[in-house]
Design a protein around this ligand. Structure first.
Ligand SMILES: CC(C)(COP(=O)(O)OP(=O)(O)OC[C@H]1O[C@@H](n2cnc3c(N)ncnc32)[C@H](O)[C@@H]1OP(=O)(O)O)[C@@H](O)C(=O)NCCC(=O)NCCS
Length: 212
């Protein structure tokens, strides 16, 4: 891993801003995840439904710090001023030196089931495999019963590589009797993240630009 790697500060996917969390994001994070609790809780153990703005602000600032420290790259997804979800590149498979990242994602209850997850995941995959990031391999793990998650991974070009008879390594799953393991390597047929059009600028062309 290059010592001078600096994680990019945003990309745009089909008009949605994908960027690291910042100071001040706490109230939106609390409001959106609380409103989406019933939708998120079966799959995301961090969804409690009663997060306070202050507690979520602490999380947002922790995410921001870890992003700058190149420890974990947690991302937020915005439609204008509206928080519509989260994603991230998590170096859970040996650190960034391995050039392997696990992608995570959630979409708010209001927006889920309308193609947003597919569009954003395709854009994030394309961004992750661009020159902006060090990744050669991306992974996606989900509960075997999480139909939407497995489907969105397949639609973004991931290959189902196997399953685990228990939870994955992230520790953020709930009740995982079985975990599906998907992978996408640089050079795979869909490694551009484009089984379909995304409208993303995720080729990294403006990765040095300031976030709007
Ligand atoms: C998983 C998630 C990110 C997918 O995003 P999304 O915007 O809802 O997905 P899309 O609308 O792009 O749909 C993708 C596919 O999943 C299917 N799908 C979506 N919601 C579904 C549901 N509740 N049940 C079954 N299939 C569903 C869609 O039909 C589509 O497949 P198709 O094209 O074959 O019809 C989102 O639903 C979510 O946030 N879920 C809760 C958190 C979570 O599980 N995150 C992933 C953890 S591994």
């Amino acid at each position: 891993m290059d010592d001078d790697f600096v994680a990019p500060d945003h990309t745009i996917v089909d008009g949605l801003l994908v960027r690291p969390w910042r100071r001040g994001d706490g109230p939106a994070l609390a409001a959106t995840t609380n409103a989406s609790h019933a939708h998120l809780a079966p799959w995301m153990s961090w969804s409690t439904g009663d997060d306070t703005p202050a507690r979520s602000e602490a999380r947002a600032q922790s995410f921001a710090g870890r992003y700058l420290a190149r420890e974990d790259f947690v991302l937020s997804i915005w439609d204008g001023d509206e928080l519509v979800g989260g994603s991230g590149f998590h170096p859970r498979w040996g650190g960034i030196e391995t050039r392997v990242a696990e992608i995570g994602m959630w979409i708010s209850a209001d927006r889920a089931g309308r193609g947003v997850g597919t569009t954003v995941l395709r854009g994030v995959v394309a961004w992750g495999l661009s020159d902006a990031w060090p990744w050669d391999r991306l992974m996606w793990l989900c509960d075997a019963e999480n139909i939407a998650s497995a489907r969105v991974a397949q639609k973004a070009g991931f290959t189902l590589e196997g399953s685990l008879r228990g939870p994955g390594p992230s520790g953020d799953g709930v009740g995982r009797d079985a975990t599906l393991v998907f992978g996408l390597n640089r050079g795979d047929p869909h490694s551009s993240g484009r089984p379909g059009a995304t409208g993303t600028d995720a080729d990294g062309a403006d990765r040095d630009g300031d976030s709007p």
